[in-house]
Each structure stands twice: as C-alpha cells, then as structure tokens.
Design a protein around this ligand. Structure first.
Ligand code: DGY
Length: 454
C-alpha cells in the first residue's frame, strides 16, 4: 500500500492521483478539435473567450506549444477595434444556439474579416492565464517570444474595455448583456434583466436543453431577454457608443470588474517582462479600485453588490461574486474579515450545514433565488472555487483555502469533470466532460506559488 499523497485528500494513493491527472489531460485532449478545445464535449462546440484562457492554462501543464495555439486561435477572433468576442465559431454552425449567422456581425465596421464570432464579450481572464502560462513555462525563450507576440493584442483588448464600456470615465467597466458576465442567470442580474421588456423578439429555437436538463439551465423569461438584447445590438451594428448609451441592460458587475482588475495586474507583469510601459494600465487599476470600493461596497451588509447603471441602483443580491474582491485584492483587511467571517463562513449562506456539504455555492443559500442545480443560481463551479481559494490565500486564510481546494478536488474525483455540482451532495450537473474543470484540476493539484501582489 502506498503512502497517501500529502495535501491531496481525495486521493488515497499516488496512483489514484496520477490516474485523476491523466483523466484531466485526456478530457482536454478529447475536446481538442484542432484549432481549439471545446469547452464541453456536447454542450459547447465552439471556442468561448474565458474558457479558452483557462483551457490554455490547463494545456500548459503538459503541452506548452498547444497552449499557445489556443490563445492564438482566440485572438483570430479579435475585432478590429480590440474587442475579443465571447464566442469564436472556427468550425461553422452546430447544434448550439445561437449559431454564427444569428449575430450578423457583418453589420459592424469593426468585425474581423473572414472569422465568425459573437458580438458580446466575457470576463477578461486572458492576461491572467497567459501570465500563469509564462510563469510555468519550461521553454523560457519560446514563452518570452510568445509574450512579445500577444502583448499588443492583450493591451488593445484591455484598452477597449475602458474606452467602449466606460466612456464616462467612472473607473468601472460595464456589461450590456448577462452573457458578458459569464454567469448568465446569477441572481444579481434578475432585477436589471426583468426591467428589459422583450418586445418583438426574433424567432429562435433554444438548443441548450438537448444535452443538459432544463432544470439546470436558465429559464424561458431569461432567454427571451437574452435574445432580445442581441437583436437590439445587431440592429445598432454593434456600435459600442450606441450600445453603452442605449442598452436597456447596463451593469457594473462585481465579478467582471474584479477579473479585469486582476488581469490588469497580470498585464503589467507581462509588460515588465518585455520592457513595455505600464502607466496607462496603472491608471485603469487606480480608478477601478477606487470606484469598486466607493460604489460597490455596502458597509451595512458587509458585501459587494453589482450596480445597475441604467437604473442607478445597487443590486442587493448576495452571491459568490462578492468574494471576487478577495481574488483580485480589492478589499482591505477589515472588508476581508467581514466577507469571510460573516458570510463565507456562515452556514446559512456559504459554509456547509446539515443539508449542504460542499463549498462554495454560487448563490448564498438563504438568497431568495437560490436553486442548487440551476446554472449560476447555486451550484458549485470549479472556476469560482479556484478564484475564492486564491482570494483566501491572498488574505492569509490558508486553512479555509485548503478546504475549498479539497472540496473542488473531491467533487471532480468522485463525479468527473462537470460544468457544476449540487452543493448539497455533489451531484454533477450541466455539461459533462467540461474542459475548464479539467484544466483547473491540473492547476489545483500543481498550483503556482502566490505572485507578489501590487
Ligand atoms: C450559454 O450558451 O449558456 C452561454 O453561457 C452563453 O455564452
């Protein structure tokens, strides 16, 4: 009998751990269709923006050249104005809705020639994952060349975020569609979304419950509005000025801005590697941090809330996005203590209790909209756990970070690499063979040491 692998609780032996890692790698390679790795075997057959960033990071554990190719593929979809879209359709249409034609991106003067993409964005994780790939790289020269190659595209992307989505200079980047948050049906979007009146919704056929149960997906009322908003944007030729000024949905999101803030830090580190100036990025960070704490922090509740910039009100829903301020280092010590002590460790909200075993539910369990199986309304997501874990480490909550890591590994070890998991008993839900879960399994087993924070 072999010794248990230290720190890898769910794996009784080194062999069990090795077999788990092999399954993670195989999930990624089996989803590899050449130009890109599908986020899920059946449910998501194209290349998604933040999935691709995580997939590249996962691939870099065992195939650095293939990891770099993943990033290059995503960048082929970059628009002429710098936007990196949320989906790139390298392989034409499929049984996924919306397909490439639905977007009509040719209405935009900025659409990339010869590539089919969506017209929305997703949280800008790419610079963060590229930096992690670089920190891990064995082939330092190839990695440095790669940074030199992709840095201009990353800088244009970050610049676009502030120019197109913060034309008023608030410091915070706005999203115009819940899909842009990456957490489509989270409770923090309900209030803003339900104020969108979906008149004249174009004909469409949902396809998302072909491979996943309807109870685990967003509801009809959400989809009506998702589609209605896209129809507005294509009608406006995806002009960023018009979208910002007129989109009936305009939210300054906690998760999106925290991801952007961390990505700015990582972009600065990449710039320093190759001797590029950083003052423009430092300015975005400074203003984002100030606005994030002035506008999104609610002192009474001790939580960060998203802000509905169209209706000028905070969205007071308690969801896991509130902890992204820890991930990005946006909270001060006192805020961190409240977030962790009063909320993350509270069994009525996020900590395990008699009915719920796994950390971290995506919605507080006592939130009105909590549904433990429905997409972003409650299930545990490995990406979110990974970010919460990093936040806890950053603020010195080592033991709790380790518990989140162990829970994440235990879920994947027993149920496989799924899109999400029921926090009550770990039942897998959503898409199977989910690439970012597999990528993050590799990352959770072989984490990088904390980078010096700014
Ligand atoms: C989906 O199809 O569920 C995606 O989240 C949209 O990008």
């Amino acid at each position: 009998m072999e010794e248990a692998a230290p720190g890898n609780g769910p794996f009784p032996t080194e062999d069990a751990l090795a077999e788990f890692l092999e399954r993670a790698r195989t999930t990624l390679t089996a989803n590899d269709v050449g130009d890109f790795v599908k986020p899920g075997r059946y449910q998501y057959p194209h290349q998604w923006n933040w999935d691709a960033a995580l997939v590249a990071m996962g691939l870099s554990h065992f195939d650095e050249a293939r990891a770099r190719k993943e990033v290059r593929s995503l960048l082929r979809g970059q628009w002429l104005d710098g936007m990196i879209p949320h989906v790139v359709y390298h392989n034409g249409s499929s049984d996924y809705f919306p397909g490439p034609d639905f977007w009509e991106i040719e209405q935009s003067v900025a659409a990339p020639p010869g590539v089919h993409t969506s017209g929305l964005i997703q949280p800008p994780l790419l610079a963060t994952c590229v930096r992690r790939m670089h920190r891990r790289a064995h082939d330092r020269e190839a990695s440095l060349d790669f940074i030199r190659e992709v840095y201009p595209a990353l800088l244009r992307w970050h610049r676009w975020l502030h120019r197109a989505r913060d034309p008023e200079g608030t410091g915070l980047v706005a999203i115009v569609h819940p899909w842009e948050s990456g957490t489509d049906n989270a409770a923090r979007f309900v209030q803003a979304l339900m104020q969108v009146t979906p008149s004249q919704v174009p004909a469409y056929q949902r396809r998302d419950s072909r491979h996943v149960s309807e109870e685990e997906r967003p509801q009809h009322a959400d989809y009506e509005r998702f589609v209605y908003l896209i129809d507005r944007f294509r009608h406006w030729g995806y002009d960023p000025e018009i979208m910002y000024a007129r989109s009936p949905f305009l939210v300054q999101d906690t998760l999106f801005n925290a991801v952007a803030y961390q990505a700015h830090e990582d972009l600065i580190a990449l710039a320093e590697e190759i001797g590029e100036p950083t003052s423009e990025i430092e300015r975005w960070r400074f203003r984002l941090r100030r606005a994030y704490n002035n506008k999104l922090w609610d002192d009474e509740e001790g939580l960060y809330f998203a802000y509905d910039a169209r209706h000028h009100q905070a969205v007071r829903e308690n969801g896991v996005a509130t902890f992204m301020a820890l991930y990005a280092g946006l909270a001060d010590r006192a805020q961190a203590e409240v977030l962790v002590g009063a909320h993350l460790e509270n069994p009525e909200e996020y900590a395990p209790d008699a009915h719920s075993r796994f950390r971290v539910p995506s919605q507080a369990k006592n939130n009105y909209f909590y549904e433990p199986r429905r997409y972003w309304r409650g299930p545990v997501w490995i990406l979110i756990n990974w970010m919460v874990m990093q936040g806890l480490e950053r603020y010195g909550y080592r033991e709790l970070a380790e518990q989140v890591r162990q829970d994440s590994l235990a879920l994947m070890a027993s149920a496989g690499f799924f899109e999400y998991y029921d926090p009550r008993d770990g039942t897998p839900a959503g898409a199977s063979d989910f690439s970012w879960s597999a990528a993050l399994a590799l990352e959770l087993v072989e984490p990088l040491p904390l980078a010096a924070a700014r």
